[in-house]
Design a protein around this ligand. Structure first.
Ligand SMILES: *Cc1c(COP(=O)(O)O)cnc(C)c1O
Length: 371
């Protein structure tokens, strides 16, 4: 056995995205203790940079020490008590996982279904909230990575407020790629991931909870079923002037990477980052359409960072093409999921991957492979 040296790849799938050298270098800095005063200072800076990314003043904003799925679970297990009703919008894979989270936490999921490739329909959500006045929470995915669809988070969160339910928003793929306005939209609980539009290696899940969500946690009569994700315990480590106490050993070097990635986002500015995703999407779109691909999703609610395209007629063995993209061009793109498997590709332009060099590389490689 020898040390592992992977071949550098161009990552244009549904995540992880390309990690800039600056972030990888940050990760290689000396490991310090998880209660070292220097590390506590870093934790505070991460919280403040995350508030910038989420466009929020929420004090309860920090990264959960595990990937996006753990952020999802943190929201559900802290806000649901056995017997609670949760309206869950399902228009792709990740909405389906939310349903699973609700039932495992002892809640009852009332599902609002929309076709894969379409956004969540606010009218159906409103009708469902009216029909289920016992509902405590409305949960939906802002950017569905399985299809490339953006849902109208602002409208959905205002419906949640109007019906006095809490909102849980999946912003794993949206954060850093398209606007996510936690305070302006009145989001109650939100989670994201590091390996999509933040271009940080996978393994952490930024979350943010507002006052109404915290009040719901404080009013719980039963303990949170997960010890590790119980916010009332984790917060003794992430909050508190002066005294912080051990809850778990934070993945120290992963936090260095997140800090560096968030610094880069702050230096570029949110507006510039959103513009870069959009303009690279437009370049890729034009090139793909020239090659005979067509988009699954209408332009009005199409994600710039995740391009789901139907394959040209003459392509018979799509898996073979993805294989040669990876083997001959060191280029990774994503396959279709569920009913879309074999019919579409998902080409990501997330974070640092949303650049002219990647767009050119992808179009050039496809031209060669499609003949
Ligand atoms: C990737 C993703 C997740 C899960 O994140 P992991 O880091 O893979 O656990 C959840 N929701 C959406 C929308 C995603 O794209």
């Amino acid at each position: 056995m020898k040390p592992f040296h992977p071949t550098p790849k161009t990552l244009m799938g549904p995540g992880p995205s390309d990690v800039p050298p600056r972030i990888l270098e940050a990760m290689a800095r000396p490991t310090v203790g998880h209660l070292d005063p220097q590390f506590i200072t870093l934790m505070d800076q991460i919280k403040s940079l995350l508030r910038y990314a989420f466009q929020s003043k929420n004090p309860l904003t920090f990264p959960v020490s595990a990937p996006g799925s753990a952020g999802m679970e943190t929201c559900f297990v802290n806000l649901i008590e056995p017997g609670d009703t949760v309206v869950v919008c399902v228009n792709g894979v990740f909405g389906g996982r939310m349903v699973e989270n609700v039932t495992r936490a002892g809640g009852t999921a009332v599902v609002v279904s929309d076709e894969w490739g379409k956004p969540v329909d606010p009218q159906k959500v409103e009708d469902t909230l009216k029909a289920h006045p016992e509902s405590k929470i409305l949960a939906f995915v802002h950017a569905e990575t399985s299809t490339g669809v953006l849902s109208d988070a602002k409208t959905l969160c205002s419906l949640a407020r109007a019906h006095d339910v809490l909102s849980i928003v999946d912003a794993v793929t949206s954060l850093g790629g398209v606007p996510v306005k936690v305070d302006e939209w009145g989001v109650d609980a939100i989670y994201s991931g590091t390996q999509k539009c933040l271009s940080v290696p996978p393994g952490l899940s930024p979350i943010s909870f507002g006052e109404r969500a915290i009040a719901a946690i404080e009013a719980r009569v039963s303990p949170v079923q997960s010890w590790f994700l119980d916010l009332s315990l984790v917060m003794n480590y992430w909050q508190g002037d002066g005294g912080r106490s051990y809850h778990h050993t934070a993945p120290i070097n992963a936090m260095y990477a997140l800090h560096e990635g968030l610094l880069m986002l702050h230096e570029e500015g949110l507006a510039a980052a959103f513009y870069r995703h959009q303009s690279q999407h437009e370049n890729l779109r034009d090139g793909l359409e020239d090659l005979g691909f067509s988009f699954l999703v209408e332009p009005d609610y199409r994600l710039p960072q995740l391009n789901t395209v139907r394959l040209p007629e003459h392509v018979k063995d799509e898996a073979a093409i993805r294989k040669s993209l990876l083997e001959k061009h060191d280029l990774e793109i994503g396959a279709g999921l569920g009913a879309l498997a074999g019919k579409v590709w998902r080409i990501g332009l997330m974070g640092a991957s949303a650049c002219p060099k990647n767009v050119e590389k992808c179009l050039g490689a496809l031209k060669e492979e499609l003949g």
